[in-house]
Design a protein around this ligand. Structure first.
Ligand SMILES: Nc1nc2c(c(=O)[nH]1)N[C@H]1C(S)=C(S)[C@@H](COP(=O)(O)OP(=O)(O)OC[C@H]3O[C@@H](n4cnc5c(=O)[nH]c(N)nc54)[C@H](O)[C@@H]3O)O[C@H]1N2
Ligand SMILES: Nc1nc2c(c(=O)[nH]1)N[C@H]1C(S)=C(S)[C@@H](COP(=O)(O)OP(=O)(O)OC[C@H]3O[C@@H](n4cnc5c(=O)[nH]c(N)nc54)[C@H](O)[C@@H]3O)O[C@H]1N2
Ligand code: SF4
Ligand SMILES: [Mo]
Length: 733
């Protein structure tokens, strides 16, 4: 029996864990008490991951679909050969631009997955690059592109030092924090209150987090009006930090005008909040010694998602809390991720647009919601072959049923996953991916969001089960079939121009084929701010030293402040609050059309402790301990349509209809209904999950390009207009 210090990679705290291994099998996962950040904290999902690791439903061999829809086991050699031949045929007939990739959320917890698959798509010259981002954070990235000139520059709340945390649309006591890696957040939030500060949670539902602190029950999609009305008070009552504005911002006349028009009285209808609540909130926020607005998925999936994220930063900036202790701060990563992204050509926004719907790319990715239309719409650039890795877009994106049908028209569909999920049901091939316990790692995409600057490397705990392979190896093998190395492009661009670059280009093919993630990470660490500069700075960091520190290394007590000008990519080194796109969004919101009385309720999502997007429902504990999927409805709204607790209801939107059982609760604002996503299992693999029942809530979400948020291509998954109807049970006579 051996013990291995490692860390969980399901969600963003990436908690330190210790895995016990007996006879080559992981038998237990426990929290790592010696982890300097998470200090023995973990959640049930992380510890129960051992059952996913050992799940008998896991995909362990390459599979090929038979004409009858069932899958047969084939060898890796056959799989790669056949997929290679079919990809080459598609490329020869229609060009590399007809091959696409959808990259799911778990890829964000890997040192290599996104770099390798991104390099694959870039090398094909394809724009069909999709991910979970347009269902998650693309609106935040678009806001950053507009404000700071780089979509990868994203501030986070300085929870450790703030006196006032205004949390909008986030539920960290369940989600464990997002776009913020800070370990166990509960004691940290409690500390704010203990030191005399406040935590105010703005959410349509009295969530686990809202219940623990102060709650402001807003109407779904009311956030833009709330933030503008706060700015109205801040500017109108001379509470703004004009020195900070003069120091950090470009012109803000348009923002001031928009705020002037949006009085707390004018915002009342859209927010459902009394004017005095908004007034007091703005005054208290501005008066606090330090304060920060933090928004997460509740602010990213609505109709004004990019604008809301802009306004969050605007409130922080205008009160002197941007790039300041206790305010919104920027990460201090040993690898400068934002610069890395821009050097390898990924830190882009709106450099091209989707063929269908004319929507902008964000970080080199187009809206996943247009995938179905891109498959169905003929013409040059039509999407004909699609690889889906670490994702389940049939359950996670709008109108997944249509996507599922559209996928049948593809010339080739390949899945790379640990399970055969709902999306892979249509796939021609599904390739078995290694779990995070089966690979070495350092979570590069999260480095910039470590509230305490921190870095940790882990070795693989066990070798891959069966014939599973690490994602980056699979990408490399697929690319070899097409005659290129996926990291050649990113590495060449990183090196830039000059002698070294020219030398690398000459050998890039053969050399890049041999580059492993460990080699890449070592190079990036050594070149980074803490690095040993390849021997020049002896005391500096490299991978060898990091390997000798299994619990990871804390790099500084806190992030740095006063770094904004270095982060700003705009030539004038100013925050562009009056960017044209922002101004037109401010005009759009002022002309918001009246609501459709046919759909009087607003549907929002919900995350639950053991349920992680679509992929932890096969856990045995999940089946035994959770009640299944429920719609939470206010008793008054239920009474209006004659529905009682536990009844089955039909939920209609303009796009679709679902049926779910209801749970009545006063914890939800009247007019709002909450249904979790990630349900409705009918995958080829997960037997327990399939037996749970439940429905895909995203059948209610529209995938029409004109219904997406136009600035970021964001799916509209929160505040969907719906109506309820009871399901009448016919009594047989
Ligand atoms: N247990 C668990 N943890 C997870 C996940 C999971 O599925 N399960 N998923 C992970 C992922 S992928 C992510 S991105 C993060 C997300 O992390 P969070 O964003 O912190 O998690 P959510 O629970 O989605 O919180 C969003 C909140 O916004 C509220 N909301 C909805 N609409 C609106 C609105 O219009 N305005 C306002 N103000 N609030 C609104 C919802 O009621 C909800 O409480 O969580 C991660 N952690
Ligand atoms: N209505 C509504 N819809 C939502 C959301 C919402 O709040 N409301 N949230 C959105 C958000 S924030 C997100 S992030 C998306 C998630 O959307 P997706 O990323 O499309 O889907 P997941 O459910 O996370 O599925 C992840 C898949 O990856 C597999 N997997 C896990 N680890 C690995 C690995 O290491 N390698 C490989 N190859 N596969 C792996 C799992 O088995 C699973 O099949 O959902 C979005 N959809
Ligand atoms: S909170 Fe849970 S799932 Fe998330 S990283 Fe920690 S142990 Fe893993
Ligand atoms: Mo997410």
């Amino acid at each position: 029996m051996t013990e291995h210090v490692t860390f969980c990679r399901i969600c963003e705290p990436t908690c330190g864990t210790v895995a016990t291994v007996a006879d080559g099998t992981v038998t237990e996962i426990r929290p790592d008490r010696d982890h300097p950040i998470t200090k023995g904290f973990s959640c049930p999902k992380g510890l129960e991951f051992v059952h996913i690791q050992n799940d008998s439903d896991r995909l362990l061999h390459p599979m090929r679909r038979r004409p009858d829809g069932s899958f047969e086991r084939i060898s890796w050699a056959t799989a790669l050969e056949e997929i290679g031949a079919r990809l080459r045929a598609v490329r020869a007939a229609h060009g590399g631009g007809s091959i696409g990739w959808y990259l799911g959320n778990p890829s964000a917890f890997s040192h290599s997955h996104a770099i390798w698959s991104g390099g694959f798509v870039q090398a094909l010259g394809s724009h069909h690059h999709y991910s979970a981002s347009t269902q998650d954070t693309a609106s935040r990235f678009a806001a950053s592109a507009l404000l700071y000139g780089n979509p990868a520059v994203v501030p986070m709340p300085d929870v450790h030092r703030t006196d006032f945390l205004l949390m909008i649309g986030a539920n960290p006591l369940v989600s464990h924090g997002s776009v913020l890696s800070a370990g166990n957040l509960r004691p940290k939030l409690n500390d704010i209150v203990k030191r005399g500060g406040r935590v105010v949670v703005v959410d349509p539902r009295r969530t686990e987090t809202a219940r623990a602190y102060e709650h402001v029950a807003i109407r779904p999609d009311g956030d833009a009006w709330l933030l503008l009305a706060m700015l109205n008070v801040i500017f109108g009552e001379n509470l703004a930090d004009e020195a900070a504005i003069a120091r950090q911002a470009g012109p803000i006349a348009e923002l001031r005008d928009a705020a002037r028009a949006c009085t707390p009285e004018a915002a009342a209808r859209r927010t459902g909040l009394e004017p005095d609540v908004i007034r007091t909130l703005a005054r208290d926020f501005a008066a606090a010694r330090t304060a920060v607005v933090y928004g997460r998925t509740g602010t990213c999936l609505g109709r004004y998602a990019t604008l809301v994220n802009v306004l969050i930063d605007a409130v922080n900036l205008t009160t002197g809390n941007l790039d300041a202790v206790g305010g919104a701060v920027f990460g201090r990563s040993p690898i400068d991720v934002a610069t890395l992204a821009s050097r390898i050509g990924l830190a882009t926004y709106d450099t091209y647009r989707s063929r269908v719907g004319n929507l902008p790319e964000v970080l080199g990715e187009l809206p996943a919601a247009v995938m179905a239309a891109e498959i169905e719409t003929p013409g040059p650039g039509q999407l004909r072959a699609l690889i889906v890795s670490a994702g389940n877009p049939v359950l996670s994106t709008p109108n997944g049923e249509r996507l599922s049908r559209a996928m049948d028209q593809l010339d080739l569909q390949v899945g790379i996953d640990m399970y055969i999920n709902e999306t892979h049901r249509n796939a021609d091939y599904v390739l078995p991916a290694a779990t995070f316990l089966e690979r070495d790692d350092l979570v590069v995409p999260l480095l910039d969001f470590q509230l305490t600057p921190f870095v940790q490397w882990t070795e693989a705990v066990v070798p891959p089960r069966g014939e599973a392979r690490e994602d980056w190896r699979i990408v490399t093998d697929l690319a070899r079939e097409l005659g290129f190395a996926p990291v050649a492009g990113p590495v060449t661009r990183f090196i830039g121009t000059g002698r070294v670059a020219r030398a690398f280009q000459r050998v890039s093919g053969p050399v890049a084929r041999r580059i492993t993630p460990a080699m890449l990470i070592d190079g990036l660490l050594r070149a980074g701010r803490d690095g040993d500069k390849f021997g020049v700075r002896r005391s500096g960091l490299n991978l060898k030293k990091l390997r000798a520190m299994p619990h990871g290394k804390v790099l500084a007590e806190h992030v740095e402040t006063g770094v904004l000008s270095k982060r700003l990519a705009h030539k004038d080194h100013r925050v562009h609050l009056d960017a044209d796109v922002i101004v037109s969004e401010l005009h759009r919101i002022a002309a918001e059309p009246a609501e459709d009385p046919a759909y009087p309720l607003r549907l929002i999502g919900r995350r639950e402790l053991r349920s992680h997007n679509s992929w932890t429902h096969n856990l045995p504990k999940f089946r035994d301990s959770e009640r299944g999927q429920r719609a939470i409805v206010h008793p008054k709204d239920a009474a209006d349509v004659g529905v009682a607790d536990g009844d089955q209801v039909r939920v209609y939107s303009a796009t679709g209809v679902i049926e779910v059982p209801v749970e009545l609760s006063e914890d939800i604002a009247q007019g709002t209904i909450s249904v979790p996503h990630g349900w409705g299992h009918r995958g080829g693999g997960w037997q327990t999950a399939n037996a749970l029942g439940g429905v895909n809530v995203n059948e209610l979400a529209s995938d029409r390009p004109e219904d997406l948020e136009q600035v970021s291509g964001m799916s509209h998954l929160n505040a969907i207009a719906v109506r309820l109807e009871p399901v009448r049970v016919e009594v047989p006579v």
